[in-house]
Design a protein around this ligand. Structure first.
Ligand SMILES: *Cc1c(COP(=O)(O)O)cnc(C)c1O
Length: 343
């Protein structure tokens, strides 16, 4: 893979915005360089554009050097940056599995990029050969979500490596739910594959969807490209501070994951017993995809009773299915009680 050739010409040639904090980032007695207000500390100061302290911390928990980490306003930001850096509008295309997370298509549409989709098999696995078969010389990105949303399954690691080894562009593996599938991350493979980009997030297992913090792991050369085109201060001070604080509570995160995994098993068994439940798909994530008789009817009934799940029945390969997030024991109990009133 030749990163320089993959990169859009305009991005290669542009001169990035240089902020006051880029020009000088050390300690000083007085800062009069950024037109900041001297009052209302610490919020008066612009945040570190490269989030150095936070990346050090994340580096510690992920075992990945800081120069291979990009932090974004949710995973949405690196997804969008991948398109803006590598895909020429109206010309290039990406390949992806179907069904999968909706943001890849949205980001592609915003950037006027064609999405070439291959339907998953009945068991929701994918074939690297099929994805590779869709690709041509304008295929710049391949998206694989593992565990996949909304099908909940991990993708086969051998197939993913085959894709990474043979695809001519970048392979983006979205691991938003990886904390619910211990040991399955491709992160240990990162150094072996210069065309691999791994997305993770603080929105799920870490319980921080509200602070908007997503991670991309890739070669330092790819990270440099993201940094070149991102908004200069893309992660605000409040988010950086809160994340630093909450990362200290990793044991609590692990306890949440344990609880949610136990609840997932329990919820799955309870749901199975209902006569209108047809099938519960195996899950490696914090949600269950459940096939029902009359998914829409049950969805409407639950909404009327104050319980909101996600109707996926119009999604390819998910007909008559609802996506149900595993909640707290109390929340899951309410769901089960409401469903019992139906029989
Ligand atoms: C929830 C989710 C994310 C997280 O997105 P953020 O922007 O980080 O909140 C990413 N990918 C998938 C597949 C998801 O389901």
């Amino acid at each position: 893979m030749n990163l320089d050739k993959l990169l859009r010409e305009n991005v290669k040639n542009l001169k990035p915005y240089s902020s006051a904090r880029d020009e000088f980032s050390g300690e000083a007695m007085v800062f009069l360089d950024a037109n900041e207000n001297p009052y209302n500390a610490p919020y008066n100061r612009y945040p570190d554009p490269l989030q150095r302290q936070l990346k050090e911390k994340i580096s510690g928990i992920k075992g990945c050097a800081p120069d291979k980490i990009f932090l974004g306003n949710g995973s949405d930001e690196p997804i969008d940056l991948l398109f803006r850096a590598f895909c020429e509008p109206g010309k290039d295309n990406i390949v992806s599995i179907d069904p999968t997370y909706g943001m890849y298509q949205v980001a592609a549409d915003i950037n006027n990029i064609e999405v070439r989709k291959i339907k998953l098999k009945e068991d929701y696995s994918f074939s690297a050969d099929e994805l590779l078969g869709q690709a041509d010389e304008n295929s710049k990105l391949a998206f694989v979500c593992s565990p996949n949303n909304p099908t909940a399954n991990l993708m086969d690691q051998g197939e993913m490596l085959k894709l990474i080894q043979n695809f001519k562009g970048l392979v983006v593996v979205d691991e938003a739910y990886i904390d619910f599938a211990p040991g399955a991350s491709l992160l240990p493979e990162l150094d072996r594959y210069p065309n691999l980009v791994i997305l993770q997030t603080f929105s799920k297992a870490w319980g921080m969807a509200g602070i908007r913090l997503g991670m991309a792991f890739a070669s330092p050369d790819i990270i440099k490209i993201f940094n070149k085109i991102k908004y200069p201060y893309n992660i605000n001070i409040l988010t950086q501070q809160k994340a630093l604080e909450l990362i200290e509570q990793e044991t609590e995160k692990n306890a949440w994951v344990e609880t949610l995994l136990a609840e997932r098993t329990k919820l799955s068994e309870q749901l199975k017993a209902f006569p209108f439940v047809v099938k519960i798909y195996p899950s490696d994530a914090n949600f269950l995809l459940v096939k029902l008789h009359d998914a829409r009817g049950i969805y409407d009934y639950l909404v009327e009773n104050g319980v909101i799940v996600r109707d996926r029945s119009k999604v390819i390969l998910c007909d008559d299915s609802l996506r149900i997030t595993v909640g707290s024991p109390e929340e899951n109990e309410i769901l089960i009680e409401k469903l019992k009133e139906l029989i």
